[in-house]
Design a protein around this ligand. Structure first.
Ligand SMILES: Cc1cc2nc3c(=O)[nH]c(=O)nc-3n(C[C@H](O)[C@H](O)[C@H](O)COP(=O)(O)OP(=O)(O)OC[C@H]3O[C@@H](n4cnc5c(N)ncnc54)[C@H](O)[C@@H]3O)c2cc1C
Length: 299
């Protein structure tokens, strides 16, 4: 434990950002489930993050990177690790239609700002409550677009704290809710995206947002789609047809979108796991299709 206290002192000594000790992770995710952790560390710059991350690696401290927690199911247990949160790395700039954006920027907010400037590329991210870092990690997408389709390059910190740049993204193993970062332990810092001039961009942003508001329970506590869509199938349709009559105490299969599980009244981690298991069992028994999780679990 001493090493962690030394980490707090190190961060304070070199002004590397904010430390929130004993933070409750319920407050750091959209599903509002999760126990306390040793600390949340919010770096105040990339330079600070690199220095702090090298300390973490050197001293073999446990850590986990959290974006906006909008695709997370976090256990109620105590998490003896440093939660790295990049919300304060939230700058972006545009030069000759090339957008450079830091990982902590919220994708939905950026999508609105950029399309309002008659620049096109990010409209499909409207209404998705994730950070750019989380979106790259998950390869988020909607309406047949994926974030990997529009990215030119990604800058990340590798396992040793070295800055690396990934280019030619299309050759690098991105797929449906799949990125090459899922097999590694890296921190995504920023990316570049080529935008095009388009007077209709903001209208398109609004169209996507209207469709999203009509088809997803955006105002409740949830973590987006629980399961990935199996090939040529919709997970929500399979749940609607084969698991819709399941009842849980504090969790609800959303009426608006059956692939969204809603925390309606202080649900626990175990209740979510039970609901997930039962839905998977019911769908499998009736169809022979196993619904794979889209949610990321932090135990
Ligand atoms: C109402 C609602 C609607 C949604 N709609 C959609 C949708 O239409 N399409 C879609 O694809 N998703 C959707 N989602 C899910 C979610 O918003 C996306 O998966 C999003 O990309 C997650 O980003 P995040 O910042 O919240 O990441 P988190 O949930 O915090 O983290 C997800 C994973 O990414 C990793 N990660 C996060 N940031 C970094 C980083 N900087 N470096 C390395 N790893 C990192 C985490 O360790 C974790 O493994 C929705 C969610 C909600 C709640």
């Amino acid at each position: 434990m001493n090493n962690y206290y030394n980490f707090y002192e190190y961060v304070a000594k070199y002004y590397l950002g904010e430390i929130i000790k004993d933070a409750c992770l319920k407050d750091y995710c959209t599903l509002k489930i999760g126990g306390k952790c040793l600390c949340v560390y919010k770096p105040n710059s990339v330079h600070s993050l690199i220095k702090a991350y090298k300390y973490i690696v050197r001293n073999k401290l446990d850590y986990y990177v959290l974006g906006n927690g909008s695709n997370m199911l976090i256990s109620d247990e105590y998490h003896s690790c440093i939660i790295i949160n990049l919300k304060n790395l939230s700058n972006y700039n545009i030069v000759d239609n090339l957008l450079t954006v830091q990982a902590g920027v919220m994708g939905n907010v950026l999508s609105k700002k950029i399309s309002k400037q008659n620049l096109s590329g990010l409209e499909f991210l409207s209404g998705i409550p994730g950070t750019i870092g989380g979106m790259i990690y998950m390869n988020a997408g909607a309406w047949n677009h994926h974030i990997s389709d529009i990215i030119e390059s990604i800058t990340y910190l590798d396992e040793f704290g070295k800055i690396c740049v990934m280019e030619k993204i299309c050759d690098k193993g991105f797929g449906y809710r799949k990125s090459p970062f899922m097999k590694r332990h890296v921190i995504i810092l920023s990316c570049t995206i080529k935008l095009t001039n388009d007077d209709n961009a903001f209208n398109r942003y609004l169209e996507y947002l209207t469709k999203k508001i009509a088809s997803q329970p955006l105002k409740s506590y949830n973590a987006g789609c629980t399961f990935k869509n199996p090939l040529n199938q919709s997970a929500w349709k399979l749940i609607r047809e084969h698991a819709n009559n399941l009842q849980f105490n504090n969790i609800e299969i959303s009426d608006i979108h059956a692939n969204f599980l809603v925390n309606k009244n202080n649900a626990t981690f175990n209740e979510m796991i039970e609901a997930i298991n039962l839905i998977q069992e019911n769908v499998y028994q009736n169809t022979n299709i196993f619904l794979e999780l889209e949610l990321t679990i932090l135990r």
